[in-house]
Design a protein around this ligand. Structure first.
Ligand code: ADP
Ligand code: ASP
Ligand code: MG
Length: 407
């Protein structure tokens, strides 16, 4: 008998009918002699609606209260699914993140799982129950509820799979797997049969929201095979695993894009040791992740420092950058929230000549100006105007001929 962890995303449980569809799928998996643990997201746009409500009653909602509020979305869907399963004659029980033993650090809205005590889960599995765990949440040392960041139910699922030493984790969603680009933007995008953890991590970190980056990271760390598949059809999905063949190398696997980006430039900075550290240490202390960083060559010991952050971090980041810029003697600071990222991802591409040139040529043919460039061993990212991002994704998909199966 295999143990599988299945995760169903918000659009898969968006209505009572869809919850019953999911319940039938789970019963099917159970009938195929599997033990099943299920993780659910909140129904449809519930999390956004709860956030909106919080912002209506407060300009800066308390982080602690906000996490409790947002966690309720997953409690609603998990309890409804357990009821639905029982109505089909299955034995099922719902658990909150805390009841499932998920312990996190104290960072509200972006908590990291520190450990999982699977005692209760194991007890319920042993009793023959299908266990439904509310995704995206845990509990900190103070026994306060925390949430794992948007899209975090994927992380709950992979973390539970690791903790229970499950045979695999299935991420069941509203598309048939991981595609060469977001299929909602590129109609010719092709479903990948498999992807390596590393390339999937870059894809999701750089915007492919079909998987939460930390879920991929955990999958890699604990060697959990992850199947991304549709909640609505019985297609084969995309298997994310570590054993990708050599043939898959030195090729672009996919295009990722991210619209949740803002750019900050600190202008006229004295070029001396410690300047970058002053700014980035303060941002890090506030829990703000900085991505692409570019420092211009200095002229007469004066330089500009540009970096990108998530758009929703722009307000708090500027609160930090303003005094920091003054402290380091910078002339000015500017921000731009109308930017986005487009990335090509593929194992080994940075070391192979031609990929960067092809990317830049494809963008220039569309009349798209590149503001910043960053690279990793398996990724090249360009920061461009937000309004151009979708055109850029389509142009790059064409330029690298991703609609055709890669030879
Ligand atoms: P869920 O609610 O199931 O967690 P998400 O909305 O978080 O689903 O993720 C699925 C969405 O991810 C798809 O509807 C698709 O628009 C988007 N997406 C972005 N990039 C990709 C990609 N490369 N492959 C598949 N889907 C992608
Ligand atoms: N409900 C949460 C969100 O909308 C978590 C998730 O769906 O994974 O971000
Ligand atoms: Mg998701």
């Amino acid at each position: 008998m295999s143990l599988i962890v299945q995760k169903y995303g918000g659009s898969s449980v968006a209505s009572a009918e869809k919850i019953m569809n999911v319940a039938r799928r789970i019963v099917q998996a159970r009938e195929q002699d599997n033990q099943v643990v299920v993780v659910v997201s909140a129904m449809g746009d519930t999390t956004d609606e709860l956030l909106e409500l919080a912002n209506k009653v407060s300009d800066s909602p308390s982080a602690r209260e906000l996490d409790v509020l947002l966690s309720t979305g997953e409690v609603v869907s998990s309890t409804l699914l357990a009821m639905g399963l029982k109505s089909l004659g299955a034995s099922a029980i719902s658990l909150t993140g805390a009841q499932a033993g998920i312990r996190t650090d104290n960072s509200y809205s972006r908590a990291r799982i520190m450990n999982i005590d699977p005692k209760r889960l194991r007890k319920e599995i042993k009793k023959g129950n299908i266990v439904i765990v509310a995704g995206f949440q845990g509990i900190n040392e103070e026994m306060d509820t925390t949430t794992l960041g948007r899209g975090g139910s994927d992380t709950t699922a992979v973390a539970l799979a690791a903790s229970l030493k499950a045979d695999r984790c299935e991420i069941c969603t509203d598309v048939e797997g991981v595609f060469t680009a977001d299929p909602r933007i590129v109609s010719q995008a092709r479903k990948l049969d498999e992807a390596g953890y590393e390339e999937m991590l870059e894809m999701s970190t750089y915007g492919a929201k079909v998987m939460h980056p930390r879920a991929v990271e955990l999958g890699q760390l604990f060697s959990i095979p992850i199947l991304v598949t549709s909640s609505f059809s019985n297609t084969s999905g995309t298997l994310i695993h570590g054993g990708i063949t050599v043939e898959g190398r030195n090729k672009v696997t996919g295009i990722a894009h991210d619209l949740n980006v803002a750019k900050i430039t600190v202008v006229g900075v004295p070029d001396k040791p410690g300047i970058a550290a002053t700014i980035f240490e303060k941002l890090a202390t506030a829990g703000i992740s900085v991505d692409t960083i570019v420092q211009n060559a200095s002229i007469e010991n004066i330089t500009d420092l540009t970096f990108t952050i998530a758009k929703n971090d722009l307000g708090p980041a500027m609160q930090i950058v303003k005094p920091a810029a003054l402290e380091i003697g910078a002339r000015d600071y500017v921000s731009d929230s109308d930017v986005g990222k487009v990335s090509i991802i593929g194992t080994g591409i940075q070391n192979t000549p031609g990929f960067a040139a092809k990317m830049f040529t494809a963008l220039s043919r569309e009349g798209i100006n590149i503001m910043l460039i960053s690279t990793s061993e398996i990724r090249i990212t360009c920061i461009i105007k937000e309004e151009k991002v979708k055109d850029a994704v389509r142009a790059l998909h064409r330029a690298f001929e991703l609609e055709q199966a890669q030879k």
